[in-house]
Write a protein that binds this ligand. Sequence first.
Ligand code: DGL
Length: 265
Amino acid sequence: MSGPILIFDSGVGGLSVVKALREQMPGAPLAYVCDNAALPYGTKPDIWLVQRIVQVCRAAVAASGARVLVVACNTASTLALDALRAALTIPVVGTVPAIKPAAALSRSGVIGLLATSATVTRPYTDNLIRDFAGHCTVVRVAADGLVEQAERLLAGEPVDGAVIDAGLAPLWHAPTLDTVVLGCTHFPLLRDRLNARAPRPVDWVDSGSAIARRVAQVAADESGGSVSGLSWATGSLRPGLQAGLATFGFAAPAVLSASVIESAM
Ligand code: DGL
C-alpha cells in the first residue's frame, strides 16, 4: 500500500483524530480534507449529506492518492459508511460514538451522549446503545453550538463560555451521570474548556485512540515515500485557521472546487 492516510471531517474536528493517529503511528504520512463549505453537517438533511460526503471523499481520495480513508466525523460515519465503502476501493475506517467504553467505565450506569443533532437521533446510534449500553441510562444531548466553538478555538478566536454552558446544561439534570461520550470529533478539542465549566467531575470519553488502533491495523506504519501534511478544503478558510492546521502539521489547504466535487460521482 502507498499513499497517505486521508482524514476527513466537515471541519477541524478530524484534528482530534489526527492527534490520536500521530501518537499511535508517529511515522505515518497523513493528509487532511475538510468540507468546510458545507460545515456544519449536524443540522443538514440525511439525503443531501450522503451524496455530498461521497462526492467530497471521492474527490479527495483521487487528489491525495490515499491508501486509507478515515472518516473522522461521527455525523458522517453514522450515516454514510456503507455508501462510502461501496463508492471507494480503499479501506474506510469510521468514527462512531464511544458508547461501549463509556458504558464499561461508568460506575453509576448513567452516561451522557454529547453529539450533533443528527448523531443523537440516528438509528446507528440507537443500535450502539441497544448493543453496548442496554444496562445504562443514556442521556442524549444535541450540542451543535459546540462545533462552532471548536472552530473558533482552532482559529485563535475567543471561545464563548456561555455557549459551552448551554450545550452541557442538559447533562447536569441527571444527578448520578458520571461519564460523557464526546460523540462529535470537534468536542475533544474543547475538552479542557468542557472540564473547566463542568459543575462536577465526570469522565469524558472519545473514540480517538480506538480509531487510531484500527487504522494501524489496516494501514502499515511506514511512509513508503508518501508526502505527509497535504490538505484540502472545499471553501476558503476562516482567518487564523491556517495557523491552527499548521500546529497539527498540515500545509495550507488546496481548494477542492465545486466542479471537481460534482464530477466525482
Ligand atoms: N465533527 C463532526 C462529528 O464528529 C460534526 C461537526 C458538524 O456538525 O459538521 O460529528
